[in-house]
Ligand binder design. Structure first.
Ligand code: AMP
Length: 285
């Protein structure tokens, strides 16, 4: 009998919905928990899901309360937990940035030397500043650091930013990025734990990889196959199949989703027709 696997996922906040979506897309079919329910089981797999705060996930994994968990890479670093990043999940992307009020003369992170900086991420910020030999005074706040300069609490802030609109709304200007983060699947570092989490890492990984790719199909004049193959942003070789019309072949390939908009007009220029792109459900490279 296989042992049940336990995974801790964020019960609220920014990472909750996309994590839930990833588990559903992976076919785990978690039972929808009611309000205040702390645990759920999966219909299709021997997996128990524990709902906790994103900042508690690294410790729960490190201490063996659960086998693995989903949280932000920034939180793993901030909590200084000994865990292994098993998989980057491709959502929850943000960066830890230093920022000053628009009217401040600072132009680089180095200009924060000797100044007061408010942050809810004192460990990451402290490490970054120390690595650069900067001696800013860190003022730790629980959240909403962007208001600190206006309150006279600090000259600058170090905070997580995704679009930058919160900075702009609060009259702040970024000076530079300290750390790039995204949602990650984490597990313990020993071989037994890694083995226990292998299946879920592969299954979630197949969805994460698939989401970043599209299945491209098009018809190509036979004498343009080499030119089309040369511009495909793929690692593997495309599939080329004969059609009833011997002057044309069907060409299929997996291409990164972010390249599609540049690729389509170039395919058209090379004579490709009936160009289709389809989402991919799962992909194990
Ligand atoms: P929560 O505070 O529960 O909403 O989750 C915060 C986590 O979401 C952070 O630790 C980051 O990993 C991630 N995140 C993604 N974008 C942002 C953002 N713009 N601000 C703060 N956290 C973000």
């Amino acid at each position: 009998m296989t042992r049940r696997l336990s995974i801790a996922i964020p019960s609220k906040g920014r990472l909750r919905e996309p994590t839930w979506g990833l588990l559903e897309a992976s076919g785990l079919s978690p039972q929808e928990p009611g309000e205040r329910v702390l645990m759920a089981t999966c219909r299709n797999a021997d997996v128990d899901i524990l709902f906790v705060r994103a900042d508690d996930v690294p410790e729960y994994v490190q201490d063996g309360v659960v086998d693995c968990g989903v949280t932000g890479l920034d939180l793993v670093a901030e909590k200084e937990c000994t865990v292994e990043v098993l998989l980057r999940l491709g959502y929850g992307n943000c960066s830890l940035q230093a920022a000053v009020p628009n009217e401040d003369p600072a132009t680089r992170v180095e200009d924060l030397d000797g100044r007061r900086v408010a942050t809810a991420h004192p460990v990451l910020s402290g490490k970054f500043l120390a690595e650069r030999g900067l001696s800013a005074e860190l003022v730790t706040v629980a959240g909403s650091a962007e208001i600190a300069p206006r309150l006279g609490l600090a000259d600058a802030i170090i905070d997580l930013v995704s679009s930058g609109s919160t900075l702009r709304t609060n009259g702040l200007r970024p000076l530079g990025t300290l750390f790039e983060s995204e949602a990650v699947l984490i597990g313990r570092t020993d071989a037994a734990s890694r083995e226990a989490s292998r299946t879920i890492t592969t299954v979630l990984g197949s969805v994460v990889t698939a989401r970043a790719n599209r299945y491209l199909m098009c018809n190509v004049p036979i004498d343009a196959v080499d030119a089309v193959t040369a511009i495909l942003p793929t690692k593997g070789s495309p599939t080329v199949m004969p059609l009833a019309n011997p002057a044309t072949v069907a060409l299929h390939a997996l291409v990164p989703a972010k390249e599609i908009w540049q690729l389509l007009p170039r395919l058209e220029l090379l004579g490709a027709t009936s160009i289709l792109t389809l989402p991919v459900e799962r992909m194990v490279p």
